[in-house]
Design a protein around this ligand. Structure first.
Ligand code: DGJ
Length: 512
C-alpha cells in the first residue's frame, strides 16, 4: 500500500502501510546526508532517544546526476537502508532546481552553462544565483531527474514504505527582488494572466498588473514557480505517487516580497499555488519566528493540512508540538537540525550571525538547552495517546491550548458538564510554555496531558454547585492504556498542576 493522504473522520491524515501515521520528525542539517559514512558515524546515533519515528533528509540533485543524463542512486539507496536499520521512516527533500531561493544544489554542468540554463535577473539586469523558473530547459532536466528518483524509490522501497512523503524543492522564491526581470519573464509578465488561473481564482481577465495590482510581481512569481513545481511533482508522481508538498520561508519582517522569497507558497500566495500545483497536498511553513502558534493557525486555515517540516528547536518547541497535533491535526512536526538535540549545547558550532541574518532566523530558535528531554517526552506522549487522539480529535471531547504570547495567561475550555480554566505558568528561560491536550473521557472524567499549566474545574454558568475531586492520579499512557501511578488525593489535589516535562493526570470529579 503506497503511503497516501486520506480523510479520516473528515481530517486529512497520512496513512502508511494502511495505518494513520503522525510524523514525529526532525530535519537534518543541510549537508549531513551528503556522505553516508558521516551519517552512519555522526548522525544516526544522535537520533536515538528522541522518540522520533521519521527523519527529514535531503537528496541532492548534484550528487544524483553528477554527469548529465547519468544517474547515481547509491545515495538514495544508502539512506533508505540506514533508515531501515534505525527503524525510521524517511521524508525526502528534493533539493533540485531551487533551495532557499537559490539554485544551490543543481549539478555543476548545469550551474556552469548559464546560456542554456539562464538565471533570474534583477530590474537592473544583474543575474542571480537562481535559475529562472521561466527556463524551460532547466525545468525539463529537473523533471527528468525527479522522475528517475521516484522510479528508483518505487523499485527499491515500495514493499517496505520507508519513504513516506516527498518535499519538492525547498523554500522557493526570489530574494532581493519581487520578480524576475529576465527576457522570458518580462515577456510573460506583459502577457495576459493564463485563463486557467483567473478562472480558478474567479478574477477578471487581464495582464498581471491589471489583475493583481500591487501584488502583480509576487503573484507572477508564485504562478511561475508553482507551474514549474507542478510539472516536476507530477512527473515524479507518475512514477510513484507518494504524497508531495512544498515548503515556505515565511512572509515576515520586513514584509516586502524579496525580503522573503518572492513567489514562495506563503499564505497569501497559496490560492495561486493551489490552483496551479494540484499535485501538492499541502504547503508547509518553516517556523523560526517567536509567534509559532499564530503561524500554525494561519497555515492550517483554508483546508491546508498542517505539515511542519522545519520549526525552532529551543525548549518551547515541545509545547508547540502538542499544539500542532492537538489543535491542528498536524501530519508532521519537525525541529530543524535535530541531530544537535543530543549534543552538549556548548559543543555546537552555531551558524555565524551573518548566516542567521541572511536567513532571517531568530537566533534563540537554535538555543537547545533543555530541548532534548522536552521534545522526547512530547513525542512519546503523542505516540502513546494515539488511540485516544484518533478517537477524539475533531470532536469537542478533545481540546488543546498553548501560551501564545507574554500576555496570554490561560485558556477557558468548555466541556459538556464542566468548564475548565487553564492557567499558564509564566515563561521561564529554557523551559517549555504552557500547552496541552485535554480529553473528556466521560462527562466527569478527564485526561490532562501537557506541561506548565494549572487547572480549575468550574460548574457551567448558572449552576449553583461546587466541585470536588473523586480521584486524582498521576500516570502515563502506554499505547493508549492508562498506567496509573500515585493517587494524589492529599495536599496535591489542592492544585491540579502539570510541570515542565510533558506528562499526564487522570482526574475524576463530582458536583455537590
Ligand atoms: C531554512 C531552510 O529551508 C533550511 O534548509 C535551512 O537552511 C534552515 N533555513 C536554516 O539553517
Amino acid at each position: 500500500m503506497i503511503p497516501e493522504i486520506r480523510k479520516l473522520n473528515g481530517i486529512d491524515t497520512l496513512f502508511v502501510n494502511d495505518e494513520p501515521f503522525f510524523c514525529l520528525a526532525g530535519e537534518l542539517h543541510n549537508s549531513s546526508a551528503s556522505d553516508l559514512k558521516y551519517m552512519e558515524e555522526h548522525v544516526w546515533p544522535l537520533l536515538q532517544g528522541l522518540n522520533m519515528n521519521s527523519v527529514i533528509v535531503p537528496l541532492y540533485w548534484e550528487l544524483i546526476e553528477p554527469e548529465e543524463g547519468k544517474y547515481d542512486f547509491s545515495p538514495v539507496q544508502g539512506l533508505i537502508e540506514q533508515a531501515r536499520d534505525n527503524q525510521m521512516k524517511l521524508i525526502f527533500l528534493w533539493f533540485g532546481l531551487w533551495k532557499n531561493a537559490e539554485s544551490m544544489y543543481v549539478p555543476g554542468w548545469m550551474k556552469k552553462d548559464t546560456q542554456t540554463y539562464f538565471r533570474a535577473e534583477k530590474v537592473n539586469g544583474e543575474r542571480m544565483t537562481t535559475i529562472s523558473p521561466l527556463c524551460r530547459a532547466a525545468v525539463e532536466k529537473d523533471k527528468a531527474a525527479f522522475r528517475q528518483v521516484m522510479r528508483f524509490i518505487r523499485s527499491f522501497d515500495e514493499k517496505e514504505s520507508t519513504v513516506i512523503v516527498m518535499q519538492v524543492e525547498n523554500e522557493i522564491g526570489l530574494l532581493g527582488t519581487a520578480r524576475d526581470y529576465c527576457k522570458a519573464a518580462n515577456d510573460a509578465f506583459e502577457a495576459a494572466v493564463p485563463e486557467k488561473l483567473t478562472e480558478a481564482l474567479q478574477l477578471p481577465a487581464g495582464t498581471w498588473k491589471e489583475v493583481f495590482g500591487k501584488d502583480a510581481e509576487e503573484s507572477f512569481m508564485a504562478y511561475s514557480f508553482a507551474k514549474a513545481v507542478e510539472e516536476i511533482a507530477a512527473a515524479g508522481r507518475e512514477e510513484y505517487p507518494l504524497p508531495c508538498y512544498a515548503n515556505a520561508w515565511l512572509r515576515q519582517y520586513p514584509w516586502y516580497p524579496g525580503s522573503y522569497p518572492s513567489g514562495g507558497p506563503v499564505v497569501e500566495m497559496q490560492p495561486i499555488w493551489r490552483a496551479t500545483a494540484p499535485s501538492l497536498f499541502t504547503f508547509g511553513p518553516d517556523i523560526y519566528v517567536s509567534y509559532v502558534p499564530s503561524i500554525m493557525d494561519e497555515y492550517h486555515a483554508d483546508n491546508n493540512p498542517l505539515f511542519i517540516p522545519e520549526v525552532r528547536k529551543d525548549a518551547v518547541t515541545a509545547s508547540y508540538c502538542l499544539y500542532a497535533f492537538g489543535k491542528h491535526n498536524a501530519i508532521c512536526y519537525s525541529p530543524f537540525g535535530v541531530e544537535e538535540l543530543n549534543m552538549d549545547p556548548d559543543a555546537i558550532d552555531k551558524p555565524p550571525m551573518e548566516v542567521m541574518i541572511a536567513l532571517n532566523i531568530d537566533p534563540s530558535a537554535f538555543d537547545i538547552a533543555g530541548s532534548k528531554e522536552y521534545v522526547a517526552a512530547a513525542y512519546k506522549l503523542v505516540e502513546d495517546m494515539k488511540p485516544q487522539y484518533l478517537q477524539y480529535r475533531g470532536t469537542s471531547h478533545m481540546q488543546a491550548y498553548c501560551k501564545k504570547s507574554e500576555t496570554d495567561f490561560g485558556a477557558f475550555l468548555e466541556f459538556e458538564e464542566f468548564d475548565l480554566q487553564v492557567a499558564y505558568a509564566p515563561r521561564i528561560p529554557f523551559k517549555p510554555l504552557g500547552a496541552g491536550i485535554v480529553y473528556e473521557l466521560e462527562p466527569n472524567k478527564f485526561l490532562l496531558c501537557g506541561m506548565m499549566s494549572t487547572f480549575t474545574f468550574m460548574p457551567k454558568a448558572g449552576e449553583n454547585v461546587k466541585i470536588d475531586i473523586v480521584k486524582l492520579e498521576e500516570g502515563h499512557l502506554e499505547k493508549g492504556e492508562w498506567v496509573s501511578g500515585r493517587v494524589l488525593n492529599g495536599d496535591e489535589k489542592m492544585m491540579l498542576r502539570l510541570g515542565d516535562v510533558p506528562q499526564c493526570l487522570m482526574v475524576e470529579i463530582y458536583k455537590y
